[in-house]
Design a protein around this ligand. Structure first.
Ligand code: AMP
Ligand code: GLY
Length: 423
């Protein structure tokens, strides 16, 4: 079986390594993949947003199954285009991917179907937005409507910051057309939990919960990043919370999308905040999270490709999705200066032992050498019987990997460990 994976980051590397475990898989293409992914798949120089070329490549190479992993191609309709050519896919169609593609859509959906989320207002003109933020409660959260590389959210701690945020999104178009509309919402507090789920429109099967670490520096300081590390399961996500989330959030969301004629099939990601008033949705993503996938998939006991195909064929209810009773920790190695300015082109070396569970995000092959090509370079994951052991193992692996200017947070999992001991 020939499988095509659209994308080229650490998440895609984790998906590819897992798909490779299926014995019927003969070939995996990564579009575009990266220098690290090249060890596990044939990388083809076609960008993840170049839908015409992706479809042409898939048809020409008689691909049997396609996995569209990143948000951009999903929101642009890559799955629709592949399906039109008769290629079965994992991932939502365009009309369902809007759940991530438009925050105005997702907030209105939650309001209409009584799914718990932060109170909010939508603005399409700047004057009304400014008037609102000049009187609303502070802190306040300001979000560009569309995709903004995960950067379209500003938490304003003062009124001045709120005014600046509105202006930078709506006047200076910091995020381009994504900022034509904004959501201004209530600031919530509480631990954050990421829950990825498989859904085929009939059944939702949540995966093991996880915790991201979004800030660049230890103790959650520094700038927001694409994620500096993850652990799973998330200790704040107790059995009680899980039950509430299923009843109040997961099933209602699946049903709401069906009721809107936008059946969601694929991986639906719930970004949750466990507030004093119960779990609330911070955001939906229409795809696997990065770097959550790098801890969730190593814990998946069931065969990933089988589960994905069950989603496509709407047979998820009869397909087991089981996780190991273990813990995982992923530590991201980045280039010094990330997420702002950093140098590239440094050679990466790693022992065989680390390579097995290393998921490369930003590296290119040149003359047989693997060179850094991005800010977040790779993530290395360890699994173990306890969270503490998983963390220790992940750092031992991380410390065995070398490239100039490498840095990582030293406290991935520390907060989770503390929460565990407080329980
Ligand atoms: P998002 O891109 O929507 O995941 O938002 C990025 C981060 O901003 C989240 O992970 C939260 O930490 C934070 N955030 C978003 N919305 C809120 C909110 N209403 N209250 C507090 N924090 C928020
Ligand atoms: N880790 C958050 C995301 O993938 O959007």
């Amino acid at each position: 079986m020939k499988v095509l994976v659209v994308g080229g980051g650490g998440r895609e590397h984790a998906i590819i390594k897992k798909i490779k475990e299926n014995p019927t898989v003969t070939e995996i293409f990564a579009l575009p993949g990266n220098g690290g992914i090249a060890a596990d798949a044939a990388c083809v120089d076609i960008g993840a947003k170049d839908i015409e070329k992706i479809v042409a490549f898939a048809a020409e190479n008689k691909v049997d199954y396609a996995v569209v992993a990143p948000d951009d191609p999903l929101v642009l309709g890559c799955v629709d285009a592949l399906e039109e050519k008769g290629i079965p896919c994992f991932g939502p169609r365009k009309n369902a991917a809007i759940i991530e593609g438009s925050k105005v859509f997702s907030k209105n959906l939650m309001k209409k179907y009584h799914i718990p989320t932060a109170a909010y207002e939508v603005f399409t003109d700047m004057a009304s937005a400014l008037e609102y933020v000049n009187t609303c409660e502070i802190p306040v959260v300001i979000k560009a409507d569309g995709l903004a590389l995960g950067k379209g959210v500003i938490i304003a701690q003062t009124r001045e910051e709120a005014v600046d945020a509105v202006k930078s999104i709506m006047e200076d178009k910091q995020f381009g057309a994504s900022g034509d509309q904004i959501v201004v919402e209530e600031f919530l507090t509480g631990p954050e939990v990421s829950v990825l789920s498989f859904t085929d429109g009939h059944t939702v099967k949540p995966m093991v919960s996880s915790m991201d670490h979004k800030r660049a520096l230890d103790n959650d300081e520094g700038l927001n990043t694409g994620g500096m590390g993850t652990i799973a399961p998330n200790p704040y996500y107790t059995a009680d919370v899980e039950k509430r989330c299923m009843e109040e959030i997961f099933l209602p969301t699946m049903n709401a999308m069906n009721a809107e004629g936008r059946t969601f099939k694929g991986c639906l990601y719930f970004g949750l905040m466990l507030t004093p008033k119960g779990p609330k949705v911070i955001e939906y993503n229409c795809r696997f999270g990065d770097p959550e996938t790098q801890v969730v998939l190593p814990l998946l006991k069931s065969d990933l490709l089988t589960v994905m195909q069950a989603v496509t064929n709407e047979k998820l209810s009869e397909t087991p999705v089981e996780f190991k009773d273990e813990h995982a920790c992923c530590v991201v190695l980045a280039s010094k200066g990330y997420p702002t300015h950093y140098d590239k082109g440094f050679e990466i070396t790693m022992p065989e032992e680390a390579a097995k569970t290393t998921y490369v995000a930003g590296a290119a092959l040149k003359d047989g050498k693997l060179l850094t090509s991005g800010g977040r370079v790779l993530g290395v994951t360890a699994t173990a019987d306890t969270l503490k052991n998983a963390i220790t193992k992940a750092y031992t692996l991380a410390d065995s990997i070398h490239f100039d200017n490498a840095f990582c947070r030293r406290d991935i999992g520390a907060r989770a460990l503390k929460a565990q001991t407080e329980e």
